[in-house]
Ligand binder design. Structure first.
Ligand code: SF4
Ligand code: SF4
Length: 371
């Protein structure tokens, strides 16, 4: 495992994200502890030492799970990254205390304001949380302070000029580089000499499942390399990128990622060109850029499985409307027509996806097939 030096400590370049752990239970809302522990053990065996969680991941179970999973390893063998979520509880003192209790630790290595957006940036800057976390840093309860970001470059610029940070975490992948604002965000952080932690390097799995034509385009340069490996190589090759997080749900994914990081090399000109061409093809095929982060789930008053419905939207848009007949087997209460267009999901969506528009369209298409 390659490492990077961050303020004198060694961090594994691959970080373990704990928001997509394997789940069990009727609604898939309980961490499958046995399977998830196997992943954590394998991550440690693979020399990963950066473990990222958040107050809201898996409805609060992720932090407690991580404590249990890492219990048998010395605390100085790994680094914990955790986040303050404004929407879950504005009381930052209480939230931090709960996090220490859940993690059964008396300090957090990397602490982030969670999901700073165009809407929330000013609140984060004004509500006193930054000064409070800075005081915790002086006490040694936080080692490094940063924020994760989902917003416009102007807002990022504002955040990095109005306060001092040790690092910033952004959504960075080749798709958002060419078709989003990731490149500009990256440049801003480089201009401010801020270490970059990367989230969504594979765009929530989208860049692992690319259209055949895009895959063929990449294979002309490296016939046996998998699409996810291309995505990981793209971000790790960027100077200034430190840890690349991957929310791994299976031991197979982890094994593949470990292999990728064992053989990291800078991208050649031909490889960069192949990525750009593949990206154009992917862009033409993408319907909704949902990353399946599930941030919206708990906010839907209709209890709709939004990421699943949006994934299905993409499937029938590329595979044909006939696929909608699958909805006949679904619980009627979970169908897209139940959306009341309240917009609460969009408010909590880092990608600003207008979910109700897609669900409305899906509902109309479904009824046109089944009048
Ligand atoms: S807009 Fe629709 S999908 Fe989104 S939260 Fe409201 S009811 Fe749920
Ligand atoms: S709609 Fe947005 S918030 Fe919901 S899962 Fe997709 S990307 Fe995440």
């Amino acid at each position: 495992m390659p490492y990077c030096t961050f303020q004198g400590i060694q961090l594994s370049r691959l970080g373990m994200g704990n928001m997509r752990l394997p789940v069990t239970g009727e609604n898939g809302d309980t961490i499958d502890v046995a399977k998830a522990r196997t992943i954590i053990d394998q991550a440690i065996a693979g020399d990963i030492n950066y473990f990222d969680t958040a107050y809201i991941y898996h409805n609060g179970q992720s932090e407690s799970f991580l404590d249990q999973a890492l219990l048998s390893y010395p605390r100085d063998q790994y680094y914990l990254a955790d986040k303050f979520n404004l929407q879950a509880d504005q009381n930052y003192r209480r939230q931090f205390k709960t996090q220490l209790e859940r993690l059964k630790t008396d300090y957090i290595d990397f602490y982030l304001l969670h999901g700073v957006s165009d809407d929330s940036a000013q609140t984060f800057l004004d509500n006193g949380c930054i000064d409070y976390f800075r005081s915790l840093k002086k006490e040694g309860r936080i080692r490094y302070l940063g924020f994760s970001f989902h917003g416009k470059p102007e807002t990022l610029e504002k955040m990095v000029t109005r306060a001092e940070w040790d690092f910033v975490q952004i959504q960075l992948n080749y798709y958002d580089w060419y078709y989003g604002t990731a490149k500009r965000q990256y440049e801003i952080l480089c201009e401010h000499h801020l270490p970059i932690m990367v989230m969504e390097p594979v765009h929530g799995g989208m860049l692992a499942n690319i259209p055949e034509e895009a895959r063929a385009c990449l294979q002309t340069v490296a016939p046996s390399r998998q699409p996810a490996e291309w995505a990981l190589r793209f971000v790790t090759a960027l100077p200034g990128v430190y840890v690349v997080l991957s929310g791994m749900s299976t031991t197979e994914q982890l094994s593949q990622n470990l292999c990728t990081f064992e053989t990291l090399q800078p991208l050649s000109t031909a490889e960069k060109e192949a990525i750009q061409q593949a990206c154009t093809i992917i862009h033409q095929s993408v319907g909704v850029p949902c990353t399946a982060c599930r941030y919206c789930l708990n906010h839907c008053p209709q209890h709709l499985n939004i990421p699943e419905l949006l994934q299905f939207y993409n499937e029938y848009h590329t595979g044909g409307k006939w696929r909608l007949s699958r909805l006949k087997a679904e619980d009627p209460a979970k169908l897209p027509g139940n959306c009341i267009a309240c917009g609460l999901c969009t408010k909590h969506c880092p990608q600003d996806i207008k979910v109700y528009q897609y669900l409305h369209e899906m509902d109309e298409d479904y009824h046109s097939l089944n009048p």
